[in-house]
Design a protein around this ligand. Structure first.
Ligand SMILES: [Ca+2]
Ligand SMILES: [Ca+2]
Length: 274
């Protein structure tokens, strides 16, 4: 079994248990002499789907003396530090160049998060070993660590208005290593907007900003910025009011939102149910 995929002793049967088996992908075969015997081998990408993703491996096939197709060896497979195989090519000297990706974007994960590398493998007489290209993805250099703290003030509104005026001040610090061109505040609504930085919010963020409550100019590395939001909230929380999790997210200049290197210090609880 590899990643939930059965790779041997598969039998057809009639019961309803799902058994995931490996099969050839739609990717074109590659042909070339990868073991230096002057005969051409075939390289194929074999995949086995489980859940949303597919486990993939690059396999080299040869022919034995009787002309039967036999497996020469596995070049590489997903799970060895990467999750996807995007392309395969045999280069002029018989090495296999595999374009790998760190993730398989699915389920709302934006595709720009994916990183790709070309890694080269060569048959050493017994197995395929990596001979060129990077061996790891490492930490994504595009991500940063924002931190948020909050102070607030809640005062009665003068006159007949039973509402109260809630002023929240968020201090956002960028612990690095990347400048945050913009910051997106999420889930901070909950009343009538009544001043502070609301008027500075981007009125029309791009879809990749993930529909924040407010998108504002961000915080360079090593610096802090204060953001103030004033809103009029009910004097007594309504029946649907909940303690919200106010969240700050790094957005780049193209409104693309990015994961945080350390997510748990990006959010604070609302000072009252909203
Ligand atoms: Ca060969
Ligand atoms: Ca953080």
């Amino acid at each position: 079994m590899e990643g939930g995929c059965t790779t041997s002793k598969v039998r057809l049967k009639t019961d309803t248990t799902d058994t995931y088996v490996s099969m050839l992908t739609d990717d074109a075969f590659e042909h070339g002499d990868v073991d230096g015997d002057r005969a051409v081998e075939t390289i194929a990408v074999v995949a086995c789907r489980y859940g949303e993703a597919s486990a993939k491996q690059v396999v080299a096939f040869d022919r034995d003396r009787d002309g039967h197709i036999v497996t020469l060896g596995r070049v590489v497979r997903t799970g060895d530090g990467f999750d996807d195989i995007r392309a395969v090519e045999i280069n002029r000297n018989g090495s296999v160049e595999v374009r790998v990706a760190d993730i398989v974007p699915c389920c709302g994960t934006p595709s720009y998060l994916r990183r790709e590398q070309v890694r080269t493998y060569r048959w050493d007489g017994q197995r395929f070993a990596q001979t060129d290209g990077p061996t790891a993805f490492g930490k994504d250099p595009r991500l940063t660590d924002l931190r948020m703290t909050m102070t607030h003030q809640l005062v009665d509104v003068p006159g007949a208005d039973t509402r109260r005026k809630l002023t929240t001040v968020f201090t956002v610090t960028n612990a690095g290593p990347v400048d945050a061109a913009q910051v997106a505040f999420h889930s901070i609504e909950g009343g009538e907007r009544a001043g502070g930085d609301w008027s500075r919010c981007d009125p029309n963020p791009a879809p990749q900003a993930d529909q924040p409550s407010c998108l504002l100019p961000g915080v360079p590395v090593g610096e802090s910025r204060r953001y103030t939001f004033v809103q009029l909230v009910p004097g007594r929380p309504g029946p649907d009011a909940i303690t919200r999790r106010f969240l700050v997210v790094h957005c780049d200049a193209q409104d693309r939102h990015w994961p945080d290197l350390k997510r748990n210090d990006n959010e604070v609880s609302s000072p009252l149910p909203l």
